[in-house]
Every structure is written in C-alpha cells, then in structure tokens.
Write a protein that binds this ligand. Structure first.
Ligand SMILES: NC(=O)c1ccc[n+]([C@@H]2O[C@H](COP(=O)([O-])OP(=O)(O)OC[C@H]3O[C@@H](n4cnc5c(N)ncnc54)[C@H](OP(=O)(O)O)[C@@H]3O)[C@@H](O)[C@H]2O)c1
Length: 249
C-alpha cells in the first residue's frame, strides 16, 4: 500500500518538527516547509527518513505570499499529484504590547497566521480531492484564540480566533466530500516561540497550569497525528484543547 502523504508547514522547529517526526514514525510521506530556516528543516527531513518516513521533501513557503503558495502547490502536484493530510502549523507571535503594535505588525501577524491558513488550505483542495479514502486538515489555533491573550498580544489572539472560524467553515463545506477539518488549540508549549519569553515569565505561566508545567511539542504532535488518522473518521469541526487544564469546557 502507498504511504499516506502529508504536508506539514513550519517544520523547522517546535510543534511542526515534532509533528513531522511523529508522522514519519507512522510511515507517512512528508512534504515539509520552512519560512527562513532551510538547514534546520533539511535536518528534520533527514531524521524523518531515519524514522521510516516514505518520501520526504522540503520546500520554502512564505504563507503570506500567494505566489509562494502557488509554487508549493504546483511542486506537490508535480511530485505527488495528491495529498491525504494538510497540517497548517506555521505561525508567528511577536510579543508586542498593545501600544507598540503598529499597523504593519498587525497585518504581518494576521497575514501569516490567518490569511495564510485560508489561502494555503484553499489552494490544497484540488490535491486533497485527488486522494481517496480518509483525508483531513489540522489547523493550529491557540488558547489565546479561545480566551484572549494571556501574555500573547492582541494581533496573535485575533489571528488564532480567526483560525477557529476558518476551520469550522472549511469543516462544514468539505464534510459532504469526506474531507475532515479540525483544530488543535495548544496552551503553553515549550518551543522557540515561547522561549522568546523571559525565564520568570515562563515560571509565572507554568504556575497557572493545573498540570504544573508547559507542555512539549510532542504532546501536540501526538494529538495531531490522532486527528489525521483514518481512525478519527467521524471527527470534524472539532477543536482539541492541549493546555494542561488551563481551560476546561
Ligand atoms: N508554542 C506554543 O505555546 C503555542 C501555543 C499555541 C499555538 N501555537 C502555534 O503552533 C504553531 C507552531 O509554533 P511553535 O510554537 O512550534 O513555534 P516555532 O518553533 O517558532 O515554529 C513556527 C514555524 O512557523 C514558520 N513560519 C513563520 N513564519 C512563516 C511564514 N511567513 N511562512 C511559512 N512558515 C512560517 C517558521 O518557519 P522558519 O523558522 O523556517 O522561519 C517555523 O517553522 C504556530 O502556529 C503557533 O501559533 C504554539
């Protein structure tokens, strides 16, 4: 049987890297993208090959840029012709306080996180439609998109709330075609994104977590791999909390 084919964006570190490694161990073929860190992503790809992934490819993607999205989708069309799984993981979080958020930075965050998720997903639909069997998309939202920014700023929280709406809209639209769309909503996870914070801030945030610490990227990757598994065939339009108990609903 052919390996299932997954596109994972933002695979240079953190949750994207962990997701790539998790899916590699499950035998997926992987198309990994990076924004600026090619060398790191090539190293992740090499690890994926060692773990037993099928075909592993690496491409640049600037998810703010429609031409970059089009180039990626064309490369996947030529290389694979179809996709079973899309993980929209790439994102940015500048820790900027309210008075210092400029219009340019607001647009940068919304374009990267929310607009990128919408346009890449839409561009990948023909590839997902070419595949048969269970197909699904997982989008990375955030606790900040559900409850508002705790330390995360306004533009980031707004972009992640938009991703919840984008995901449910695609889920409803694509359900009749059997393409599932779900969100994961991590709380505080130790990755380069949260390592931007001062140590004492991370200690303060950990103290707010009922389970007592930040999560690790693998804690999120495992849930993503479960959601894209064909065993989750009846799960769509869902948001999966991974936050150590910070938000219980
Ligand atoms: N860490 C947390 O606590 C947490 C909590 C909730 C949600 N999340 C979400 O989880 C996702 C992964 O974040 P992470 O924590 O793993 O952080 P990370 O290690 O900093 O990863 C972010 C990834 O996004 C990529 N990226 C940034 N700008 C891009 C662009 N314009 N086009 C394409 N790719 C771009 C980066 O690529 P390069 O490095 O190659 O530039 C990097 O691979 C994000 O969507 C984030 O919002 C994280």
């Amino acid at each position: 049987m052919d390996a299932r084919k997954a596109l994972v964006t933002g695979a240079s570190s953190g949750i994207g890297e962990a997701t790539a490694l998790q899916l590699a161990g499950e035998g997926y073929s992987l198309w990994l993208t990076y924004g600026s860190r090619q060398v790191e992503t090539e190293a992740v790809a090499e690890e994926c090959r060692k773990l037993g992934a099928g075909d592993v490819r690496v491409s640049h993607l600037d998810q703010r840029d429609s031409a970059s999205i089009a180039r990626l989708v064309e490369a996947i069309s030529e290389g694979w012709g179809s996709l079973d799984v899309l993980v929209n993981n790439g994102g940015v979080l500048p820790y900027t306080t309210i008075d210092d958020i400029t219009e340019e930075e607001w647009d940068f965050v919304l374009q990267t996180n929310a607009r990128g998720t919408f346009f890449l997903t839409r561009a990948c639909l023909p590839l997902l439609r070419e595949a048969s069997g269970d197909r699904s998309i997982v989008n990375l939202s955030s606790l900040a998109g559900q409850v508002g920014g705790i330390l995360a700023p306004f533009h980031y929280a707004t972009s992640k709330a938009a991703i919840l709406a984008i995901s449910k809209s695609f889920a409803r639209m694509l359900a009749p075609e059997g393409i599932r769309v779900n969100c994961v909503s991590p709380g505080f996870i130790t990755t380069p994104m949260t390592m931007q914070l001062e140590d004492d801030m991370r200690v303060g945030l950990s103290a707010q977590v009922p389970l007592g610490s930040f999560g690790g990227p693998a804690d999120v990757a495992w849930i993503i791999s479960s959601l894209v598994s064909p065993k989750a065939r009846f799960v769509t339009g869902a948001t999966y909390d991974i936050n150590g108990g910070v938000r219980m609903e």
